[in-house]
Design a protein around this ligand. Sequence first.
Ligand SMILES: O=c1ccn([C@@H]2O[C@H](COP(=O)(O)O)[C@@H](O)[C@H]2O)c(=O)[nH]1
Length: 240
Amino acid sequence: MNEKLIVALDVPDRIQALEVVEELKDTVNFFKVGMELFYREGPRLIDDLKNLGLKVFLDLKLHDIPNTVSRALKNLINLGIDMVNVHALGGQEMLRAAYRVKNEALKKNCKVPIILGVTVLTSMNQKALEQIGLKIELSHLVSLLAKEAKDAGLDGVVASALEASFIKKLCGQDFITVTPGIRRLEDGNFDQKRVVTPKRALELGADYLVVGRPIVAAMNRKIAAKKYLEEMAGGLNGHL
Ligand SMILES: O=c1ccn([C@@H]2O[C@H](COP(=O)(O)O)[C@@H](O)[C@H]2O)c(=O)[nH]1
């Protein structure tokens, strides 16, 4: 099974989430649980997914002072998840605190997730940065934040696939890039601004492609997921 596709379970509750999983679990084995679902259902949903043998990216984008992030992350790591994230904008001290939690868990032989730093949300463009007073080129900000995450010892970042190749150049080929804002040409962008097709994302070096609405809101989710996987297979073949 292609483990590079992560489907975002952006649905209101556990029943709907498990329906989506049931429909897709022969096609996809990596699912993302975000704030909407986790804030309602909590750890028991993670247990449900893990009991089905699935991989879980818990996308809560922790952003707080180092002490709080550190304590929260400890609890999340204990859930047995495979991937989790913190906001790289939280600063070096906070990112290092996250790294220390992972290291402590490793020393205790606990299962540890991939820890990512979120750079600039894919729903933002240059204009959105200007609106909040940030007079910096968006791609430069992504580079700075990726470097911060790398220096702190994190495993990778969340960014647009548009930025994957220069992140790899800057931080190394094994520095993981997880990329939302993935769209087939036929699908709507909704609120996403930095959008890339699945084939192009892989060509640019993205390690994982996150897709939500185009699959989860489709009439036939399995067919929709297969279309993404087919384009990804085309991208990989073209790349090799
Ligand atoms: O920069 C980011 C970080 C996280 N996301 C999350 O990914 C999915 C994308 O869903 P689509 O429906 O495919 O747009 C969603 O859960 C976001 O919370 C992101 O889009 N951008």
